[in-house]
Design a binder for this molecule. Structure first.
Ligand code: K2U
Ligand code: ZN
Length: 169
């Protein structure tokens, strides 16, 4: 396993649309293991493969609270098959947009279909933080960042702040 570099705005790779995975094999599981280690190291609670420069439809997540037993989750080729009409606001952040937080409205519940770590198909209802996080990560697979939902002024200020942050790091 290895900690990989997380790309940050305005890296154009983050705007790429990720392609479907053909087969869930040992090589893909090694990628997911690296993604999970990278996410824990950041730290974060979710990560999409494009954030480490791999344009594949793969997401990892762990929503366990600090001090709880880790609950790693793996999502390959995830699809939203239903979204509730109700939406909820949430103060989001992103490892690819460090130190920027703002409110985004998303569907309160989504039903998702995906392949798990072993390539088995799963259909699951997500709500609460799980719903917010999976929608945020699936946006990454379309090359969409949470700041794309903000006003142009807020988005430009966010990118400018991250540029300065990374320059002095
Ligand atoms: O895509 C990412 O960078 C992962 C996000 C996941 C996330 C975004 C918005 C809302 C919930 C989860 C990072 O984990 S951002 C850091 C973070 C940590 C705890 C709670 C919210 C955000
Ligand atoms: Zn993100």
């Amino acid at each position: 396993m290895a900690v990989r570099e997380i790309l940050v705005v305005p890296d154009p790779i983050l705007k790429q649309v990720s392609t479907p995975v053909e087969v869930v094999d040992d090589a893909l599981r090694a990628l997911m293991d690296d993604m999970l280690e990278t996410m824990y190291h950041a730290p974060g609670i979710g990560l999409a493969a494009i954030q480490i420069g791999v344009p594949k439809q793969v997401i990892v997540m762990d929503l366990a609270a600090k001090g709880e037993t880790p609950q790693p989750r793996y999502f390959v080729n995830p699809k939203i098959i239903w979204a509730s009409p109700e939406s909820v606001p949430y103060e989001e952040g992103c490892l690819s947009v460090p130190e920027i937080y703002d409110e985004v409205e998303r569907a309160a519940q989504v039903k998702i279909r995906y392949l798990d770590y072993h390539g088995h198909e799963v259909t699951e209802l997500a709500e609460g933080l799980f719903s917010v996080c999976i929608q945020h990560e699936m946006d990454h697979l379309k090359g969409v960042l949470f700041i794309d939902y903000l006003s142009r002024l807020k988005r430009e200020r966010a990118v400018s702040k991250v540029r300065k942050l990374v320059r002095v790091a």
